[in-house]
Design a protein around this ligand. Structure first.
Ligand SMILES: [Zn+2]
Length: 91
C-alpha cells in the first residue's frame, strides 16, 4: 500500500480505502438525508425537494429558491447523479 502523509493528522490513501464508509452512506434511506442548496444555503430533506420528472430521469429543485440541487438520469452509458447544486449531504 502506498501511503503518503499530508500532515501530522491525516493519511492520504486512494479512494478504494473509503469503500466501507461510502457503502454505509449509500445504503441509507436517501430521501431522509439532509441536503444543503448551493444557491441559497437552505437545508431540507431530499424528500422535500420539488421533483421535475424528465424523460431520462429527474431534476430536483430547491423549494425555497427553485435552484437545481440534483439531477439523476439513466442513460445507456450508465446512471448519472449530478450534484453541483448541493453544498453538502448529511445522513
Ligand atoms: Zn435554494
Amino acid at each position: 500500500m502506498d501511503v503518503m502523509t499530508a500532515n501530522d493528522s491525516e493519511l492520504v490513501l486512494d479512494g478504494n480505502a473509503a469503500a466501507g464508509l461510502l457503502q454505509e452512506i449509500f445504503v441509507l434511506e436517501v430521501t431522509s438525508a439532509q441536503i444543503q442548496c448551493e444557491t441559497c444555503g437552505s437545508t431540507d430533506a431530499i424528500g422535500a425537494l420539488r421533483l421535475h420528472a424528465v424523460p431520462m430521469g429527474a431534476v430536483l429543485r430547491c423549494r425555497h429558491c427553485d435552484g437545481i440541487v440534483m439531477r439523476a438520469v439513466n442513460t445507456r452509458h450508465g446512471r448519472w447523479l449530478e450534484m453541483t447544486g448541493a453544498r453538502r449531504l448529511r445522513f
